[in-house]
Write a protein that binds this ligand. Structure first.
Ligand code: NI
Length: 162
């Protein structure tokens, strides 16, 4: 496994549409493991392929709630319900946060790291993370959806103000 370089906000690759994965092979599994390792290095809850410069429809998520991390290939939201207002950040925008509206609940279809079809129901933070990471695959960033005037900077060395 290896830590990959995280592409930052002005990097054009973040605006490109990622391609579907045809076959979930060892190479894809290796990239997914690298993505998780990279995400853990920066204490993120999710990471998408384009963020490490790989234009493939792959995402990883770990909410640090004791459940297994998700490694998803070709994920797509097939259903969504409700709304939640969230304060959100992104590893490609270090220390920047903004408020936006995400679905309260999503159902996602994807392939897992073994190429098996899976269906995931996410509520709350998981719904938010799935929506955020899947947006990355279409070149959409959280700042595109932010409620105007809510962008704020959080100094990682200071306790966060609510
Ligand atoms: Ni992000």
């Amino acid at each position: 496994m290896a830590i990959r370089q995280v592409r930052l906000e002005t990097d054009e690759i973040l605006r490109k549409k990622a391609k579907e994965v045809d076959e979930v092979d060892d190479r894809i599994r290796e990239i997914l493991d690298d993505m998780l390792e990279t995400m853990y290095e920066y204490n993120g809850v999710g990471l998408a392929g384009p963020q490490i410069g790989i234009l493939k429809r792959i995402i990883v998520i770990d909410l640090y709630d004791g459940s297994k991390p998700l490694k998803l290939v070709n994920p797509r939201i097939i259903k969504q319900k409700g709304e939640q207002e969230v304060d959100e950040g992104c590893l490609s925008f270090p220390n920047e946060f903004a408020k936006l509206i995400r679905p309260a609940e999503v159902i996602v279809e994807a392939l897992n790291e073994n190429g098996k079809k899976v269906k995931i129901k996410g509520e709350g933070l998981l719904a938010q993370a799935l929506a955020h990471e899947i947006d990355h695959l279409d070149g959409i960033l959280f700042v595109d959806k932010m409620i105007p005037g809510t962008l704020h900077y959080v100094d990682p060395n200071e306790p966060e103000e609510k």
